[in-house]
Ligand binder design. Structure first.
Ligand code: TMP
Length: 213
């Protein structure tokens, strides 16, 4: 793996897991420490990737097949890596990303059942050797997660309209990812309260990267 000095940290998990709230809390906390840090969400983060995001999120379920979806997500990711993530890391800026290649494995590989092997190959082609240094995987029961989303939104997007079995397969995908990457991936119990989770995350980040500040 290429050695970059600034850490690259990703946040993963099913719908309604609270990861976006937590990435924001960590981002603010690092800023307060005068650390150069940027945060992105996937798909998105560049003009082209945001355009792809709109294509993916709007319209009917049948608009894209799972294969087309995986390729569009990968195209958005490649653009974000090339234009934002790599330049940031090379400039010694920390990068936080709300979802990354693990999402494609969990959602398209497991959820849509495209399979582990083809999606791992696609991810390898898309990200090369740019693996995150640390990944927080938020774990939540699919029913509870979907209920949380339903409670806070009046409109669901294309992804959230997948059925409960799909979301259960996504959870299984994340369980596999945790099992196969015990060094990189840290499980987070999404049912703990917000302050407790943010402290766990901050402590883990400091434990691993305080020598890179
Ligand atoms: P969220 O991060 O706000 O939950 O929304 C992103 C949605 O996009 C979520 O439903 C998961 C989906 N997604 C995939 O299916 N595969 C991917 O590779 C990525 C990045 C996101």
């Amino acid at each position: 793996m290429k050695l970059h000095k600034a850490p690259f940290i990703t946040f993963e998990g099913g719908e309604g897991s609270g990861k976006s709230t937590q990435i924001h809390i960590l981002f603010e906390r690092l800023l307060q420490m005068d650390i150069d840090v940027v945060q992105y969400r996937e798909p998105g983060g560049t003009k082209g990737a945001e355009e792809i995001r709109s294509l993916l999120f709007e319209g009917e379920q049948e608009r894209w097949s799972p294969t087309s979806e995986a390729l569009l997500l990968s195209a958005a990711r490649a653009d974000l890596i090339q234009k934002k993530i790599l330049p940031a890391l090379e400039g010694n800026t920390w990068v936080l990303c709300d979802r990354y290649a693990d999402s494609t494995l969990a959602y398209q590989g497991f959820g849509h059942e495209l399979g582990e092997k083809p999606i791992k190959e696609l991810n390898r082609f898309t990200i090369g050797d740019l693996e995150p240094d640390l990944t927080f995987v938020f774990q939540i029961n699919a029913e509870i997660g979907l209920q949380r989303v339903a409670d806070r939104k009046t409109h669901t997007d294309r992804f959230e309209r997948n059925d409960i079995l799909f979301h259960q397969r996504v959870q299984k995908g994340y369980d596999e990812i945790l099992k196969k990457n015990p060094q990189r991936c840290i499980p987070i119990n999404a049912l703990l309260d917000i302050d407790r989770i943010s402290q766990l995350i901050f402590d883990e980040v400091m434990k691993r990267f305080k020598d890179r500040i």
